[in-house]
Structures are given as structure tokens and as C-alpha cells.
Design a protein around this ligand. Structure first.
Ligand SMILES: C[S@@+](CC[C@H](N)C(=O)[O-])C[C@H]1O[C@@H](n2cnc3c(N)ncnc32)[C@H](O)[C@@H]1O
Length: 286
């Protein structure tokens, strides 16, 4: 027998999704096309949302004060999410069997829960820098997994803020959030209006030493005593380069120093998130 059409649950706030046709509800628009990052950027901006994925990440977003617009929950996860639902009785809840949710989201919803949340207003760079001693600059980092891993390390190693170039990935893209394990909600971040080179004078003016993490001729080894002034700098901004090309030449022309993690002959580079983890520890504020 065919499943009944979408229906409201006993508490009036729940909509049970049973068939593909039920997915026409406009409130479900933020949940479509989850796997296409470029499309997502447009969908998220259009609807002013970001998506938190997995029960843990949703909880962290809520704990950080983000406002849920709706929840989408696989039937199996209902019980383990009951406390969240009880704490937000007015937020619409969409539930359904796995196959229906998969046809909506474009991927298997194996982590149980998704929440569409209001996207916070962009923060000004000056706001994010206020009081920060250690700031990471993601120059054109386009990979959401790398960005999420970088954010996780930055928070775990006590860095205070993140700046991104206009081309860099979105820290609030579903996958970046999940790889960061929701730590992105603890890290103040802002987007620069232009290239890093243009931001360097203002950073210097604010008392930051500006260094690039990059394999260059002039780079100083991360473990070198020569790096002591950078290690003990009161304020430090560290630029990470794009996955393929690395830190832009124009940026390197403006930084105070380049820092390299020495590698054996024949090895070109580390993954940017791995390199960041090593350097963030060594250059942390003390
Ligand atoms: C994968 S690398 C870019 C490609 C690299 N320029 C190359 O030619 O192989 C991405 C970023 O990771 C960081 N990185 C990777 N390995 C590094 C190392 N050994 N020392 C310093 N930075 C490194 C830099 O910030 C670099 O821009």
C-alpha cells in the first residue's frame, strides 16, 4: 500500500515526509543539493542559512547561540534527539524514512540529524581582530575539508581568530563545519575584502607581525632559534596558502618572514591542514 502523503504529527509542529512529492514544501529548500558546494553557496546565501549536520554539531551550534529554523531527522534518530526537540518546541520538524530524506538531500543522511540555522551576519575584520593575539589567514583555501581541519586545530591550539580571502571556502559549509567538529562556532572569523597583501598594512598598524607558512628560498625553519622573535611576538598573523599553488607571490612580498617545516629531499609539501597543525602549536601565544 502507498505511504500516506506528508502529515502533521500529533504535536502540530512535525511534518512527516513519506513520498518524493512531499518534498515540495518551501521550508525544505535549504536541505536540497547538499553535495554541490558551489550551488550550496548560492542556496545558503539566498535563504540566509547554514546547515549543521550530525547530532553533536547541531548541539554545538545551539550551545553557541545559533537560531534553528527547522530540523530534519531520520526516524531512527528521533529518540536520541528528543532533548533538543523538547528544548525547541516551536521549530518545525521534518521526519521520514531514510530513502525519502536521501532523495531530498542528495546524500544518505547517515548522521541522523540536520538543522537549518540562521546564518549570522558577516563580522567586520576589526571586530574579529579585537583582543586577538594569534590570527590565522586562510589565503584562497578552497577545500572545505582542509578548512574544517584547520579550524579544528586553530581552536584546539588556542588561536584566536581566522581571516579568509574572498576566494576561500565557506567555514559554515556543512562539510567544513562537520570536519571542524563544530569548533567553528567558537572561532571568530571574518572575510577580507581583497587579497592578503592589501590587508598587511592594517595588520602591522594593529601591532601584528605577519608571517607566511610556505616553502620558499628565504624561509626560516619552524624549529630554528632565528624564529624566536616571531614565537614571542605579542600579536602574530600567519598566512596559509592554497592547496595547489601555495601562498601568492604578492603576499610573500609583503610578509615579515616565511616559515618552513623542514622536509626530507624529494618531498614537496605537507597537506595544508597538517602543516597548519604543526605550525600553530609551535607559534602559539605563550
Ligand atoms: C600543499 S601546500 C601548496 C603546494 C606547495 N607550494 C608545493 O609546491 O608543493 C599548501 C600550503 O600548505 C602549507 N605547507 C605545506 N607544507 C609546508 C611546509 N613544509 N612548510 C611550510 N608550509 C607548508 C603552506 O601554507 C602551503 O601554501
Amino acid at each position: 500500500m502507498a505511504e500516506p502523503a506528508a502529515s502533521a504529527g500529533p504535536d502540530g509542529r512535525e511534518v512527516r515526509l513519506a513520498r518524493a512529492e512531499d518534498l515540495a514544501d518551501p521550508r525544505l529548500a535549504p536541505y536540497t543539493t547538499l553535495t554541490d558546494a558551489a550551488l550550496r553557496r548560492r542556496v545558503d546565501a539566498e535563504h540566509g542559512v547554514f546547515l549543521a549536520e550530525s547530532s553533536q554539531v547541531v548541539r554545538r551550534a545551539l550551545a553557541a547561540g545559533h537560531t534553528p529554523r527547522s530540523f530534519l531527522l531520520g526516524d531512527r534518530y528521533r529518540e536520541s534527539f528528543a532533548d533538543v526537540l523538547a528544548a525547541h518546541p516551536d521549530v518545525p520538524l521534518f521526519t521520514g524514512p531514510d530513502e525519502v530524506l536521501t532523495s531530498l538531500t542528495g546524500f544518505h543522511l547517515h548522521r541522523g540529524a540536520l538543522a537549518a540555522m540562521d546564518r549570522p551576519a558577516p563580522r567586520p575584520v576589526t571586530d574579529v581582530l579585537a583582543g586577538a593575539r594569534r590570527v590565522l589567514i586562510a589565503e584562497d583555501l578552497v577545500d572545505h575539508t582542509n578548512l574544517g581541519a584547520v579550524v579544528r586545530s586553530a581552536v584546539a591550539l588556542g588561536w584566536d581568530a581566522l581571516l579568509l580571502t574572498p576566494q576561500a571556502a565557506d567555514p559554515l559549509y556543512r562539510r567544513a563545519i562537520r570536519v571542524s567538529m563544530g569548533t567553528v562556532f567558537r572561532l571568530p572569523w571574518a572575510r577580507l575584502e581583497g587579497p592578503v597583501a592589501e590587508a598587511v598594512p592594517a595588520l602591522r598598524e594593529a601591532g601584528f607581525a605577519v608571517a607566511a607558512l610556505e616553502v620558499t628560498e628565504r624561509a626560516v625553519g619552524l624549529d630554528s632559534p632565528e624564529l624566536e622573535p616571531l614565537r614571542s611576538a605579542d600579536r602574530l598573523a600567519l598566512v596559509l596558502g592554497q592547496e595547489g599553488p601555495g601562498v601568492r607571490t604578492e603576499t610573500l612580498e609583503h610578509t615579515d618572514a616565511d616559515v618552513v617545516i623542514s622536509m626530507p629531499d624529494g618531498v614537496d609539501s605537507l597537506n595544508v591542514a597538517a602543516a597548519a597543525a604543526v605550525a600553530l602549536w609551535e607559534l602559539r601565544a605563550r
